[in-house]
Design a protein around this ligand. Sequence first.
Ligand code: HEM
Length: 190
Amino acid sequence: VDAGAVDAGEVTFDEAVGMLLQMLSAGTDTTTSLIGRGARFLAEHDDVQDQLRDDPARIPTFVEEILRVDGPFRFHYRAARHDTELGGVRIPAGARLMLMWAAANLDEVTAPDPARVDLDRTGKKSHFAFGRGIHFCIGAPLARLEARVALEQLLVRTTQIRLDPDHPPRYRPTIFLRRLADLDVLFGTA
Ligand code: HEM
């Protein structure tokens, strides 16, 4: 949808503003969360920093693993429009469901040894961090690109990153979109 669609009467002005706001809200805190979580993991794992500095082609896999193991969105809601059944559980019309992406991502069925960030994992995009089905995240390619470039630059421009022991990372007090409020790190540069 672009401004021309409003002029052509295909969407109303209010609908266009709504879409724009959704893009802005869905696309900012989420990528910030992912980049922060990736940077924190690197700061806590020298060995992974070294592996990725030696072989930056593995950064996309690292990004997928961070999305899977500790992705930004923990869940989204659904409402059942009809009586139905899911995974052997009867769901009555009108029921509210919580789709726990974070739990699905840490299920053995999604990934064996699920809690481990594994740079050799295959089928790396088969996690649920961007949802599933018709509402699958429209911004996933942009989010992946942003995280890859940000973490690549962080690694290229430093020789070492570690957490500042005097200021431990602090999360925002929310269970919906997990996001660091502070991430103080110490850098080494060449
Ligand atoms: C790491 C970053 C991101 C994560 C983890 C993420 C995650 C998700 C998830 C789980 C959904 C599915 C919601 C549902 O099923 O109810 C979703 C939908 C959506 N995302 Fe993202 N997202 C990210 C980045 C972005 C970006 C950068 C944009 C836009 C520039 C964006 C725009 C949207 C929109 C518009 C939807 C709704 C799609 C629909 O309902 O058809 N997201 N996202």
